[in-house]
Design a protein around this ligand. Structure first.
Ligand code: 8YV
Length: 317
């Protein structure tokens, strides 16, 4: 019996790619040139029954339309802003993602960025490497986390994991969401500007996409103020990035720790030279352990689908 045809829009971890190759006929759309992609779809588009992708590879309606017999899309990501989920669902095609398995690493990244930014770890490394310690003596002081207030925008699984970590560092937690959560005691705000005014560190932890684009506006960032910080592990699209860069240049915000950007991998050049900004290349989930768990969910969701069993992590809109 011939193998089921699977279109690989974005590759998985090597071990899981081998599992997929052992089970399915993989078509490596990710490795194909523009011309080769078109030829591949022309040759096997009507045979493709599943797509494997992730946030980086995405899956759009143009490609969906070229796959008449597609049955399932599995993304190795928790974020779905690059996946045409609604269009898939309209065709009765389920989409799976990878929630929970990356929660702790992303929350750790949020705290790492908070610590590194407030305690100015990178300038401290430079203080030694540039000889300043020898020539100038002790490094200028920096800011404690203890006693500071963290304002989380969006208190979902990852937001709650960040909140628990922040409390362990002696921070208090407030949050913004449209409705107050009944399972937490943190102070709730339904006004982003009010939250920004009251906190020392503001961290959006919300999905990307049209509904949240620019939610952290220039007004919100200005309300944050010159003694406060901005930490982003969600999506670059949720913040007015141009305003963020300007306010950081003006020192109207004290510092920022950023793992995500609007036009990845192109980081605004002005940020590259700011010593009050800590940059990471969208790697919050980028550990061996977590990426293996994410990749394994793709393998297991595909296996469940083709075995006629319930999906492990179906996206419910
Ligand atoms: C990416 C992420 O999936 O899960 C998400 O939504 O943003 C990340 O974990 C990862 O960078 C692979 O593209």
């Amino acid at each position: 019996m011939s193998k089921i045809d699977v279109l690989v829009v974005w590759p998985n971890r090597p071990e899981q790619m081998q599992m997929l190759a052992d089970t399915y006929e993989l078509h490596r759309y990710d490795l194909a040139s523009v011309e080769e992609k078109a030829a591949m779809i022309g040759a096997v588009g009507d045979k493709i029954r599943a797509v494997a992708t992730t946030h980086g590879g995405g899956f759009d309606e143009t490609l969906l339309a070229q796959l008449p017999n597609l049955e399932i899309v599995c993304s190795s990501s928790v974020g779905l802003d690059t996946i045409c989920v609604e269009a898939c669902h309209k065709r009765g095609i389920p989409v799976t993602n990878t929630p929970d398995v990356l929660t702790d690493d992303v929350a750790d990244m949020a705290m790492m960025l908070t610590l590194t930014t407030l305690r100015r770890m990178l300038p401290a490394v430079d203080w030694i490497q540039s000889g300043h310690w020898v020539e100038k003596g002790m490094m200028p002081l920096n800011a404690s986390l203890k006693g500071k207030t963290l304002g989380i925008v969006g208190l979902g699984r990852i937001g709650k994991a960040i909140a628990a970590r922040a409390e362990a560092f002696g921070m208090s937690v407030s949050y913004f969401s449209r409705q107050a959560k009944t399972d937490v005691a943190y102070r709730h705000y339904d006004d982003l500007v009010a939250l920004a005014k009251d906190v020392d560190v503001l961290a959006p932890v919300i999905p990307g996409g049209p509904a949240t684009e620019g939610l952290i506006s220039r007004e919100v960032l200005k309300a944050l103020g010159e003694d406060s910080y901005f930490i982003n592990v969600s999506r670059g699209s949720v913040v007015d990035e141009e305003a963020l860069v300007e306010l950081l240049e003006q020192r109207a915000i004290k510092g920022a720790g950023l793992d995500v950007f609007v036009d990845e991998p192109n980081v605004p050049k002005a940020l590259l030279s700011m010593d009050h900004v800590v940059l990471q290349p969208h790697c919050a989930s980028g550990t061996y352990e977590t990426r293996a768990a994410m990749a394994q969910l793709v393998v297991e969701n595909l296996a469940a689908h083709f075995a006629g069993k319930p999906l492990l992590t179906p996206v419910i809109l």
